[in-house]
Design a protein around this ligand. Sequence first.
Ligand code: NDP
Length: 246
Amino acid sequence: TKKLTDKVALVTGGSRGLGAAIAKRLADDGATVALTYTSSPQKADEVVLAIKAAGGQALALRADSANVEAVKNAVAETVKAFGRIDILVNNAGVGAFALIDEFSLDDFDRLIAVNVKGVFVATQEAVRHMGEGGRIIMIGSVNSDIMPIAGGSVYALTKGAIASFTRGLARDLGPRGITVNNIQPGPIDTDMNPADGTFADRMKSITALQRYGRSEEVADMVSYLASAEASFVTGANLKIDGGFAA
Ligand code: NDP
């Protein structure tokens, strides 16, 4: 049997980029997967169809992470469809980059709403349905520890919040046998940070490996943390950054 057989996973922001690769990988490992999206129903459907074509079970749910009721509803729909939640991957996230003098309050509020409050709400709701062996996996960023370019202060702030939240949550949930870990990727080739984008050469040159990472490489780490193999890993902030912070 596969290592996540009989497990139910909820992946936020699973329609594109890292989240899509994570959803597919967890399904390959045998998990039943619910994924959320906000603006790309077609992309979300494509991920679901790919999982089903490979013999897995999946469900796409529209839920803007900035909308508390929508996030609560996505957790409820997942439980209604699949009976429980064993693995929550808090992946949905947004970026906004500007120097402090020009950073708008609207962008500040949006980044906090999606990257921080959305993670809090999804986690609070999901753990109500999670038992011994449960897994909370955050997708933070190496930028919580190192922000080598100007304009990223608020993005870094939100990812720093996730790193701290992870430590505290691990203490809350440890006695219940639930682990909480934060994956901190460096530059990964996605729509958010394309390997041929404006910052790409700069980003590449900062990594030790001199390249972008692939979403599947991050999904490999999620797969490990979600599995029984990672049973003694909790409260950890784990970089997967090609040596960006080395
Ligand atoms: P993309 O922009 O490529 O994809 C974002 C995904 O999140 C999409 O599925 C999108 O859904 C979803 N999403 C965005 N906003 C919301 C929202 N308000 N509610 C629900 N879903 C939402 O981003 P990445 O895959 O690159 O990033 C995923 C995570 O990884 C983020 O948390 C990001 O901060 C983090 N990260 C990324 C790095 C990188 O270099 N790419 C590096 C370090 C961290 P839809 O298709 O419907 O818009």
